[in-house]
Design a protein around this ligand. Structure first.
Ligand code: ADP
Length: 539
């Protein structure tokens, strides 16, 4: 017997028109150098429909790729909807990619137009001559910087003023809606293509209470960029739910973020750990009681950071895990009621330091490296984390490297090493490339870093494996000491003694000025390994 429901396509225009019809009075706030712009959803929707008209006038092909090189703003949100709602494909360019990577991805995606914030003109200007397929560069005036000198340049407001609003309609839910490229540390970035269906389902996922629980009552501050990993779905979720949206624009300084939270009464603010580390000293003397959740991911959330927020504002950080390939939300760290009972705050903080429970509709497994043999969820067995689901990529766009990342039975190989507890909590141990192999056992560089960063004098720490004759590899801790503090190797090792297994204790500690970062601000272990390539551990 078959169900008798309509086969109604899941498409982005539905998200758009829901906001347009139900929440025209709600606001989208954008911080600009001149002050905060406030637009109602009604005004935003009209502008977005006219932007659809602009795409027609500019002759962007029916399934053409339209790129954005923009900060988080209402203008970017206009692009987020006008492009897919007219059947085109939104390609968010990650501002933090290296120049040669940007040129590669624009040409690989065959972008026909680039929407550009004027403040980013200097960053992209020198690359424009190499963008082979780009016919137009539409510049948004976000208050700073120079318009690039290029004959293809148009002004966003001028073309919008001349355009007619268009009807939005997409019938095929499997049509591409957006794409983004990974920022991988080696090789060219790989393209991930999101469909209308995957976008809608991911949006619904973020609305569920135990994922991010986005609701109409929320005021959302996505610090996490719309140009990388889809602002964790918050732009779509906010529009679907009719939440107030607050965009920080180009100013991501801790003071500005804290001020926006306080003055706009933000309830949900999402960003990577480095953002919340920066904001921490800014909490002093402010009223941030409006906050109900601080989703954080992209790299491991140190327990000490989450606990510092709990101590200062009574709200620990909500850890989330995901990747460009997973749309990106794949797990969140809510604590089950059965795990709350009888546990100390410190134990609860340990649970929050994990990457959490897999999202509804997504499956996860851990497997023995290089096989599809599933390992038990016993909190001990470590293996590669693999996921599948309706918003998980199944291949890269036009890329022969796809087979390296997807199994024959349809799972994404995340490149993360994890254990899963009997209760189903994912705990990332390391990247497969970064795990330290000592005497046939694995040492988690991430766990060691977390413990080291728990030391009050430590600002940042990264641990890498150094070749060792007897043990194959041994850990070297690279530590950045906080300004005004001092720390010796002996002090750090005695602090770690008892906190980690004896055989995990780093063989040496190097004090460095800064941990090198990837283009998107994650610890670049590759650069650290290069720096210490000739380093010999003390015997
Ligand atoms: P890239 O574009 O560099 O691939 P992604 O945002 O897709 O950037 O990176 C995804 C990776 O980031 C994950 O595979 C994982 O290693 C890391 N990551 C994301 N969230 C977390 C988290 N909460 N804890 C630890 N690592 C995380």
């Amino acid at each position: 017997m078959q169900g008798l429901m309509q086969d109604y396509p899941l498409t982005v225009p539905h998200i758009f028109s829901r906001a347009e019809k139900l929440f025209p009075e709600k606001t989208v706030v954008t911080a600009l150098p001149s002050g905060r712009e406030r637009l109602t959803y009604g005004e935003w929707a009209d502008r977005t429909r006219r932007l659809g008209g602009v795409l027609d006038t500019l002759g962007i092909t029916e399934t053409g790729r339209a790129a954005t090189f923009m900060w988080n703003s209402a203008r970017h949100l206009e692009c987020y909807f006008a492009i897919p709602c007219t059947g085109r494909v939104l390609h968010t360019l990650n501002l933090r990619l290296f120049p040669e990577q940007l040129v590669y991805i624009v040409n690989h995606a065959e972008d026909e137009v680039v929407f550009l914030d004027r403040s980013l003109g200097a960053l992209i200007g020198p690359l424009l001559p190499q963008f082979e397929t780009v016919k137009h560069i539409v510049v948004v005036d976000d208050g700073k910087g120079d318009v690039p000198d290029d004959p293809r340049v148009l002004d966003y407001e001028e073309v919008l003023a001349e355009a007619k609003p268009v009807e939005f309609r997409v019938d095929d839910e499997n049509r591409a809606a957006a794409m983004a490229y990974t920022s991988g540390t080696t090789g060219n970035p790989k393209g991930v293509v999101y469909s209308h269906r995957s976008t809608v389902l991911h949006t619904i996922g973020t609305l569920t209470a135990d994922v991010l629980g986005v609701s109409e009552a929320d005021t959302i501050l996505p610090v996490v960029p719309m140009f990388h990993a889809n602002a964790w779905g918050l732009a779509h979720a906010g529009v679907m739910a009719g939440s107030t949206l607050v965009f920080p624009g180009a100013d991501l300084t801790p003071k500005h973020i804290a001020t926006l939270i306080e003055e706009e009464h933000v309830t949900l603010a999402a960003g990577v750990p480095t953002i919340w580390m920066g904001v921490l000293p800014e909490l002093e003397g402010r009223d941030l009681s409006s906050l109900r959740a601080i989703p954080c991911g992209g790299s491991a959330v140190p327990k000490a950071l989450s606990e510092a927020y709990r101590a200062k504002i009574g709200l620990p950080i909500l850890q989330a895990w995901g990747m460009t390939e997973t749309s990106p939300i794949a797990s969140t760290g809510h604590i089950k009621t059965s795990l709350r009972a009888g546990r100390s705050e410190d134990d609860l903080a340990d649970i929050r330091a994990m990457q959490g429970l897999i999202a509804p509709l997504v499956d996860c497994r851990i497997v023995e490296s290089g096989t599809v043999d599933e390992l038990p969820w016993d909190g001990e067995a470590q293996g590669e984390l693999q996921v599948r689901g309706p918003w998980i990529a199944k291949a890269y766009y036009n890329d022969e490297r796809s087979p390296e990342s997807f199994t024959d039975d349809g799972w994404l190989k995340t490149g993360d090493v994890a254990v899963i507890s009997p209760e189903g909590y994912i705990r990332l141990v390391d990247r497969t490339k970064d795990v330290i192999k000592s005497g046939g056992e694995w040492i988690s560089s991430v766990d060691l870093e977390n413990e080291i960063m728990g030391h009050p004098a430590v600002a940042e720490a990264a641990v890498i494996g150094i070749r060792h004759e007897k043990w194959q590899e041994r850990p070297l801790a690279c530590v950045v000491v906080k300004p005004g503090e001092s720390l010796t190797k002996e002090e750090l090792l005695s602090y770690l003694d008892g906190r980690v297994a004896k055989w995990w204790l780093p063989d040496d500690v190097q004090f460095i000025d800064e941990v090198p970062k990837t283009s998107v601000g994650k610890f670049s272990k590759k650069d650290l390994r290069d720096r210490f390539a000739d380093y010999v551990l003390p015997t």
